[in-house]
Design a protein around this ligand. Structure first.
Ligand SMILES: [Zn+2]
Length: 338
């Protein structure tokens, strides 16, 4: 098959690689209908994570089941499925506790920007739609494989409740999804931190009531003003840098929780402030499968349209341009079609 690979920082190719195959009887192979580039794919692209030269890249896709292993019972060839980026059996002790992202049989989508992807634990992981979905729904279904579920997890971890004032740090696709999640959970005010006009527009469409364009100390002061000096009832940290985490803890009111879903890079926690203000930290890698049935229902009913985060669609063969566009912030999120 052909798939997107990374050879070195900045070196993305679309080339021939071995077809993924059934390796365990619980596996399935999915023919990718749409894949996309994740903000976290930019870490290796920018050389901030190690790169295995020639490895496939891409962990977000939806598609049609092409083949299933001998022990797969629920998943059928021909099903249109949403593939959570982290695969799980959905039956082990950690899955039953709602932490499917720490499943004892954890797997990851490895070639979501290619023509086919292997899914471990097909029955536990995959959620099928009732027949082929309307093409217009595909971006929103694709968003459920990672970004929307990750933004949702940030809001759950932060403990967003009806009537709350929530602050979202980060205006990437996950941050914007976090705005949508907080609004869906009934937050009365959702303050989105964003400097970029097109992102501010989506944040507003997703339910942001206030936009703070300033960053760092100025942004923190603006949020203090907006909350009468009290701070936010819930904070969603959707970046993963030390600066973002610092802002999150600074704007969190005493007794609140920071929900973090940005992959941490060089973060040092302000434990002194956490202790003095009783501010907690919760979250981590999103247990996507836990939220999928509910989020699918919300997409199908039209309650949410998380596919709005895609502002550029390219043929998969042009994935390198997709990476450039996201790296240079010309695009929020890029959808790739085989
Ligand atoms: Zn499990």
């Amino acid at each position: 098959m052909r798939a997107t690979t990374i050879h070195a920082p900045g070196d993305i190719r679309f080339e021939e690689v071995p077809d993924p195959r059934i390796e365990l009887p619980t596996d399935a192979i999915v023919k990718v209908v749409a894949g996309c580039i994740c903000g976290s794919d930019l870490w290796p692209y920018r050389g901030e994570n190690d790169v295995t030269a020639g490895a496939t890249i891409g962990h977000e896709c939806v598609g049609v089941v092409e083949e299933v292993g001998a022990d797969v019972r629920e998943t059928k060839v021909g099903d249109f499925v949403i593939v959570p980026f982290c695969h799980c059996d959905n039956t082990c002790a950690h899955c039953r506790a709602g932490v499917q992202s720490a499943c004892v049989n954890l797997g990851m989508t490895q070639s979501g920007q290619g023509e086919y992807a292997r899914v471990a634990q097909a029955d536990g992981s995959l959620v099928a739609t009732d027949g082929m979905p309307d093409e217009r729904l595909i971006p929103s279904l694709l968003a459920l494989t990672d970004v929307m579920a990750t933004g949702w997890h940030a809001a759950v971890a932060a403990g967003v409740q009806p009537g709350h004032t929530a602050v979202v740090v980060g205006d990437g696709a996950v941050g914007l999804s976090g705005v949508l999640a907080a609004a869906q959970m009934g937050a009365e005010r959702v303050i989105a931190m964003s400097r970029h006009e097109p992102r501010q527009e989506i944040a507003r469409a997703f339910g942001a009531t206030d936009i703070v364009a300033e960053r760092g100390k100025e942004g923190e002061a603006r949020i203090a003003d907006l909350t009468d000096g009290i701070g936010a009832d819930a904070v969603l940290e959707c970046v993963g840098t030390d600066a973002a985490m610092r802002t999150a803890f600074t704007v969190a009111r005493p007794g609140s929780t920071v929900g973090f879903v940005g992959v941490p890079h060089g973060v040092e926690l302000p434990v002194g402030r956490m202790f003095q203000k009783n501010v907690g930290l919760a979250g981590g890698m999103a247990p996507v499968r836990r939220y999928l049935p509910d989020l699918l229902e919300r997409v199908l009913s039209g309650a949410i349209d998380p596919g709005r985060v895609f502002d550029l669609t390219l043929p998969m063969a042009e994935s390198a341009e997709g990476y450039r566009a996201m790296d240079e912030r010309r695009a929020i999120k890029v959808l790739l079609q085989p």
